[in-house]
Ligand binder design. Structure first.
Ligand SMILES: [Cu+2]
Length: 217
């Protein structure tokens, strides 16, 4: 009885990851895969219980069943960013992290250095919202998280920051710590390092996706 219950939970989790999930920081509202095509995953308004988040040196973690995806992060400094305009300045989308490409599926921990993006208003103590934009072959998908930035806050140790790629029908997977995965030369398990490395090489794709998102305004 208990075993079958656990099995069905696992099955549900696997199905839900067919799109993508934002595991950390905590997204707005309960995950609804069918609503991910909508602004902020279908949750229009900011939550009242914001997550404290590092101004510098933060990370976000996602997991997905899409092998081969592009992910970027928009940021708004509005208290209640409830439209695409909230994530734009001077009609340009406000990227706190440019689009990067990853060829694998699985779980990824991706650096998010908000201070480094030099976005006006994204400073210590500010309330901001990030919107993760994901494209894995079935259209743009969105998840938002409402944050309060802190220069003295670091990623909690309870947050698992590791990459685990899964491929095809194989049940095998590999885990690597981000700090050791940059340019090791091995293929298939270099998630974060690969995303970082490729971020400068996907400018053309970035522009195309930005245009796609802008078209939804
Ligand atoms: Cu999908």
């Amino acid at each position: 009885m208990l075993v079958s219950a656990i099995a069905s939970v696992a099955l549900f989790a696997a199905g839900a990851s067919a799109h993508f999930r934002l595991n950390y920081p905590e997204p707005r509202g309960v995950f609804v895969a069918a609503n991910e095509v909508n602004f902020c995953g279908g949750y229009v308004n900011a939550v009242s219980n914001r997550s404290t988040y590092p101004l510098s040196g933060g990370v976000f973690t996602i997991n997905t069943g899409h092998a081969g995806f592009t992910v970027g992060v928009l940021l708004s400094t509005e208290q209640n960013p409830n439209s695409w305009e909230s994530f734009s300045l001077n009609e340009t989308q406000t990227f706190v992290r440019d689009y990067a490409r990853e060829e694998g599926a699985g779980t990824f921990c991706i650096p998010l250095d908000i201070a480094g993006a030099n976005i006006p208003g994204a400073v210590d103590g500010a309330n901001v919202t990030i919107q993760v934009v994901f494209e894995g072959g079935d259209g743009n998908l969105y998840q938002c998280a409402d944050l309060t930035l802190s220069s003295s806050f670091t990623t909690p140790s309870s947050v698992t920051c590791a990459n685990e790629t899964v491929s095809g029908h194989s049940e095998s997977s590999t885990s690597t710590a981000p700090s050791t995965s940059s340019t090791s030369g091995s293929s298939g398990n270099s998630g974060v390092g690969q995303v970082q490395y490729l971020s400068g090489l996907t400018a053309a794709g970035s522009l195309a996706l930005a245009g796609l998102a802008a078209a939804l305004l």
